[in-house]
Design a protein around this ligand. Sequence first.
Ligand code: SF4
Length: 391
Amino acid sequence: MTGYKNEHLSFSRLSRFETCPLSYKLHYIDKRQPEPGLPLRFGKLIHAVLERLVREAVDDERSGPLSEDRVLALYRDGWTAEGLTGVDVFQEGLEILQRFVREQGVLEHRNVLAVEKEFRLPVGPFTVLGYIDRVDCLDGETIEIIDYKTNRQLFARDEVDSSLQMSLYDLAARRLWPWVKKVKLTFWMLRHGIRQQTDRTPEQLDAARAYVETLGKQTETATQYPPRLNTNCSYCDHRSNCPAYADALKGKREFLCEDLADLEAVAREREEVARLAKALYARKDELEGILKTHLKDKDELVLGGVRYRMFATTTLDYPIEPTLTLLVEATGLSHEALLAKLGAVDKKALDALLRSLGKKLDKPRVSLLKAELEAHADKTHSPRFWAKEVA
Ligand code: SF4
């Protein structure tokens, strides 16, 4: 036992421990000053602006479209207060906020149950403290929990369906509003204009409780806090105090497999290289981001004997009908014959369509449709290497 006691648990505390025990120790036990990078500060600002914008409408009992002028004023003030710089990032934030106002459409103030709602959820011997971005009331028994995300990438379906954060919010909401029978959980992906939605069964909620209690105990009984290099190391707010990250950036290696017939040794080196590669790729992206920013003002940069330029790559999508019409005229083949040769629906586009249909059709119907579509799909299989740490 370390004798370390949590004052409370929170999703970010648990997630930090899971992602990298060293980061957890530096943050919560050693209480080192965090140095959040631009993405974290930017995300915090966007959240603060949205919170204020919606809260003002609710407090003033105003219904209708949100004001673009007001969102700009709040964003400007927050930007200055945060000390952020960079015209591109400013523009990015503005586009995110304007898109939010458009997508929100008419806000009915009576339907917003809470904004930035604090909760304290007892879980075993712990109290989980948290804040929910927004809770909307959909009808007399249903609420929608909304978590705004500025992530560049959408979540995979299983990430949404197994998100511990959302499970905690669901548990907390049922305690805060005991009349609630159904809870809709929504990640509002602000950069994409997509709301990724899910819900939880009572069994999933029980499992989440048990998991939080187990993880909470682990945070108090841990005696070692090893670094766990990962793709987010370059955004870690304690990276400047992390020897593992410093070593990774220098490409420092600990283990080299000398006997390639020794599978244990092969696997050990493979894991070390995979962790380093993750950190180095993320660092490469960070460095390239800086160079790309400078290439917006210049055609090229020549640095250290290397020439850097941006090239526009073009991707073409051919709309079905006009393309087929031209091909029919040129080849004399029938519309049907050409369609059979060329026609295949892109999986991404189909998934997006099914997601949007999911809002209108009931779940069993969408599942059946998916199964039927899959039965007609042409499948190609390619071998893929897979590795996951054994718990
Ligand atoms: S830089 Fe990476 S390995 Fe180091 S503390 Fe942060 S998350 Fe952990």
